[in-house]
Ligand binder design. Structure first.
Ligand code: PXG
Length: 308
């Protein structure tokens, strides 16, 4: 007996208020297609196992910010998980600009670069896959509202332990972000904006999608990559801007107590740029307002990315 689909048997997708805009164009593998045709298969190992990598990149004034650094990190992530990217760096760059053009982005925007392991057999072996899928999305990005930069973020220290750097390495910008998702969820549940994550040695690593910096006695301190952090592109720019201002910068082992007694604290990332942190676990950082070094670096960063 065959079942004829009727209106009552056809399931329709409920309206998703967060669905992408219908006229968006996405690079899928070899070309730009309408978002309605931009689909990954249910057998894609990116979906089945989180087996893949990504990058989040800003576009300022029609230009891709720190493009070479992001492409480099993309290739480093790929190398670490033995994913052979299907395109060269130059081809990826061309695909990003083509996707921007297709979406009419001439001002500011955001690029999400993704490469999944591709469609394969059920089974985690990478030898069961053959065709990695490279995706480029160029769109707007959700940013913190301006008032957050005035009042600063309120953070908790998460009970979710940062992935061990010798396990699912946080240095790989992989499609497996559950560690970060769980910590962010805990922050929201606690009524905070963000979570600071501690590694299994009890050292500060980073926030859920941003690196963290402290200021103490006029010195800038930040955890080293060995603590289980992503080596942020924004982090590197901020370290360079501090050096230009002759502010000493060092990578240091930091613990929870260092957060509480910091004179200033801020987070850095592609989306947030530099955002002050003014409270951690109900301890006011400094005088509870964005500090002078933080403010100076915020201004320097805006000048720097406008010049680039
Ligand atoms: N740590 C983690 C875990 C990140 O995911 C950073 C630090 C900052 O790195 P960059 O290179 O951006 O300075 C990130 C970056 C998003 C989003 O959609 C997340 C990032 C970047 C852009 C968008 O949540 N994370």
């Amino acid at each position: 007996m065959t079942t004829v689909a009727t209106e009552s048997t056809v399931r329709t997708t409920p309206m998703n208020p967060f669905a992408p805009r219908a006229d968006l164009k996405v690079w899928m593998g070899t070309e730009v297609v309408p978002v309605s045709e931009a689909r990954v298969g249910v057998f894609d190992h990116g979906l089945l196992y989180g087996d893949g990598i990504f990058e989040g990149i800003r576009i300022y004034n029609g230009r891709i910010f720190k493009e070479a650094e992001h492409i480099r990190r993309f290739f480093e992530s790929a190398k670490a998980i033995r994913l052979e990217l299907p395109m060269t760096g130059e081809e990826i760059s061309a695909a990003m600009y083509e996707t921007m053009r297709a979406n009419g982005i001439t001002g500011d925007g955001y690029i999400r670069l993704v490469c999944t392991r591709g469609v394969g057999l059920l089974g985690i072996s990478i030898s069961h896959t053959a065709c990695p899928m490279l995706i480029v999305i160029a769109d707007k990005i959700a940013l913190y509202p301006p008032e957050v930069y005035e009042r600063g973020l309120r953070c908790i220290v998460s009970s979710v332990v940062r992935n061990n750097a010798n396990s699912t390495s946080p240095r790989v910008k992989s499609l497996n972000y559950l560690n970060n998702v769980m910590a962010k969820l805990e922050a929201k549940d606690a009524g905070a904006d963000e979570a600071v994550m501690i590694n299994d040695e009890g050292h500060v690593s980073e926030c859920t999608g941003d690196n963290i910096f402290l200021v103490r006695y006029g010195e800038l301190l930040t955890p080293s990559p060995a603590e289980g952090i992503l080596e942020g592109v924004t982090r590197s720019v901020v370290m360079e801007l501090a050096r230009r201002r002759h502010i000493p910068v060092s990578e240091k082992v930091l613990i929870r107590h260092d957060l509480y007694i910091a004179d200033e604290c801020f987070a850095t990332g592609t989306a947030a740029e530099i955002v002050p942190i003014t409270e951690i676990n109900k301890r006011m950082i400094g005088d509870g307002k964005p500090g002078p070094i933080t403010r100076m670096l915020m201004q320097d960063f805006v000048a720097y990315r406008n010049e680039e």
